[in-house]
Design a protein around this ligand. Structure first.
Ligand code: AMP
Length: 415
């Protein structure tokens, strides 16, 4: 079923959202992006005369009640965002009566799902090495099913709009779907958009396709790099991983960050790109600093000849131009990870050059997907969020999807 085709009139919908919003020490929301992200789905259901049972996790309470992670703290903000009163269920597994009493247009917010270990389905208080672990895991999986069944019993239909947790097989993100038939479970609008975005860069690709992978380490990106290798025309590898590649090829990198145990891997990536006809664009020069600080002295030097006592912290002018050239002509663009230590204002030039080239290509009709916390932060920092096609809300979920893994939250609904 799709959310657009479903008739929510007089139906109770249990909706998994990602309201894991950051709070300050007084419990006030410091960034409500995730709440705003779920509004199209929630408002659509209310507007059609449905009743809403909203469920989410917040933080990592590890299966225990923790008032600092109570969703009661955000009930007023959810109410204001929805323009409707929000009732609160202080125990998500004991909300039968409140759910049963809900009328069309009414909203019930359940307490943090992760106050129950059943949500994540991992046994607590027992070590993986313990001989009794497997038994405990089995028992927990059984109680996870019971927990999911209880949640499912509150509603007529299930909507998953929590892309941020779609890579987890939790009670509320996947297991619950087993208790609804195919006509009564669906993805929310946000999930639909995320799934479509991933499809645009993995299946429905318009060439040339340029992927830009940055950030600090090659090891955390290798799954994505390998999955993209068969799809991209241009692969820009930048940021901290530049120096692992430079060292692997015999360069001097001073104090630049480097994964010494990934030098072989770097050479293998270079060989794979060559064999597959992928234009691999690595940084050739860099802006080095004499300290890891915004106020460090700077010098531009080759990425494979960084002087002792200096470290490469941003892409140099020649690299920026090469990156921009590979981006400008693209019709599909994926960006994950900054090209330098963009948190320091004096080392943002590489990331800015990438962001600007993406905006320009998008203006010219390219499809651009920005994903992963830091590249999203970059695009926002440079004020270019409106000039890209899509900014993903999911960190880990997006990365796993781009690696080509099936997301349990999506599979539970789409099969
Ligand atoms: P990741 O979480 O792997 O995507 O990495 C993001 C982080 O990489 C950001 O905090 C950047 O500051 C950092 N980063 C990017 N380029 C460099 C560099 N040349 N040296 C050190 N850190 C970097």
């Amino acid at each position: 079923m799709t959310i657009s085709n479903y008739n929510f009139a007089d139906k109770k919908a249990i909706v998994r959202v990602d309201f894991n919003v950051p709070l300050d020490e007084n419990g006030h929301i410091t960034d409500d992006t995730r709440i705003r992200g779920a509004l199209p789905t929630l408002k659509h259901i209310l507007a059609q005369g449905g009743a809403l049972i909203i469920m989410s996790h917040m933080g990592k309470p590890k299966g225990k009640v923790n008032p600092k992670m109570s969703l009661s703290q955000i009930a007023d903000a959810v109410s204001a965002a929805l323009g409707a009163p929000v009732q609160f269920a202080p125990d998500c597994a004991k909300a039968q009566e409140q759910a049963a009493a809900l009328k069309s247009g009414e909203v019930l917010l359940l307490e943090n799902l992760r106050f129950y270990p059943e949500e994540e389905g991992k046994p607590v208080g027992i070590d993986k090495e313990d001989p009794a672990y497997d038994e405990a895991k089995k028992a927990m999986k059984a109680s996870q099913k019971e927990f999911a069944k209880t949640l499912a019993s509150y509603a007529d239909c299930y909507v998953n709009d929590a892309f941020g947790t779609a890579h987890r097989k939790h009670a509320s993100t996947a297991v619950i779907a087993d208790y609804f038939d195919a006509d009564n479970k669906m993805l929310g609008f946000l999930m639909e958009k995320e799934v479509e975005a991933v499809d645009n860069i993995l299946s429905n690709i318009k060439h040339p396709f340029t992927a830009i992978m940055g950030g600090s380490k090659v090891s955390t990106k290798i799954g994505i790099i390998e999955n993209l290798m068969d799809k991209v025309d241009n692969l820009i590898l930048c940021g901290g991983m530049t120096y692992t590649f430079a060292k692997a090829q015999g360069g001097q990198i001073g104090n630049s960050i480097c994964e010494d145990d990934k030098l072989e891997l770097a050479l293998d990536i270079i060989a794979q790109a060559k064999a597959k006809g992928v234009n691999l664009v690595l940084g050739t020069d860099c802006v080095a600093g004499d300290a890891f600080s915004n106020d460090a002295h700077q010098q531009v030097c080759p990425a494979n000849a960084v002087p002792e006592g200096w470290e490469g912290m941003d892409a140099g002018p020649a690299s920026r131009e090469a990156f921009a050239a590979a981006i400008r002509g693209a019709k599909t663009i994926l960006w994950n990870g900054p090209a330098g230590v963009f948190e320091f204002d004096n080392f943002t030039a590489g990331s800015r050059a990438i962001a600007e080239a993406i905006a320009e290509a998008t203006d010219n009709g390219a499809y651009s997907l920005i994903g992963g916390g830091d590249s999203v932060a970059c695009i926002n920092k440079f004020g270019l969020a409106d000039r890209v096609s899509y900014i993903s809300t999911g960190g880990g979920a997006l990365l796993e999807a781009i690696e080509g893994k099936v997301l349990p939250g999506v599979a539970a609904i789409k099969g």
